[in-house]
Design a protein. Structure first.
Length: 172
């Protein structure tokens, strides 16, 4: 399938928030408590959050749309790193990269990653960082296939529960 990837604008915030909440629920149902998922999405995937990133010149938000009808199916967010590792000049964080589960096996994840790397390079960045739940083997396998290696760890609070994340990095 040929996915339509484009730079998102603040006007896309509602669509981005919808995909963010749906993909977070799909990914973490059965892993995180339901009320924690709802609270997390209400705060961290609110339309205002996406509008802020879209308007921030240091961030790049990419929206993936279905080729027929342009329904939002996935997204990524590149922004200034906020990770517990010593920053290096040229670092950028892939804060989010999600796609709805119906897109698995279609190449959308790889397309979003390739676009994020291209956008980061175009901005003069030299290393991409990301954090992921340590026990999320599907995501970790994907990142490792994309050339990422472990560079650190962090604790991440969702609702009332702390989770162990790993931090990956890769030269770009």
């Amino acid at each position: 399938m040929h996915w339509r990837l484009r730079r998102a604008a603040a006007a896309d915030a509602d669509a981005l928030a919808m995909v963010a909440a749906a993909s977070f629920l799909e990914t973490f149902a059965g892993v995180l408590a339901g009320p924690d998922i709802v609270r997390h999405c209400a705060v961290n995937s609110a339309p205002a959050k996406f509008a802020t990133w879209a308007n921030d010149p240091a961030s790049v938000v990419t929206l993936a749309e279905h080729p027929e009808g342009a329904a939002a199916m996935g997204y990524s967010v590149l922004t200034v790193p906020d990770l517990p590792i010593p920053p290096e000049p040229g670092d950028i964080e892939l804060r989010r990269i999600y796609a709805l589960s119906v897109t698995r096996g279609t190449g959308l994840g790889a397309a979003l990653m390739a676009r994020a790397v291209a956008d980061a390079r175009a901005s003069g960045m030299t290393r991409m960082l990301l954090g992921v739940l340590g026990r999320n083997r599907r995501a970790r396998d994907f990142y490792e296939r994309q050339g990422y290696a472990l560079v650190g760890e962090r604790r991440f609070l969702v609702g009332e529960t702390w989770y162990d994340d790993v931090v990956y990095g890769r030269a770009i």
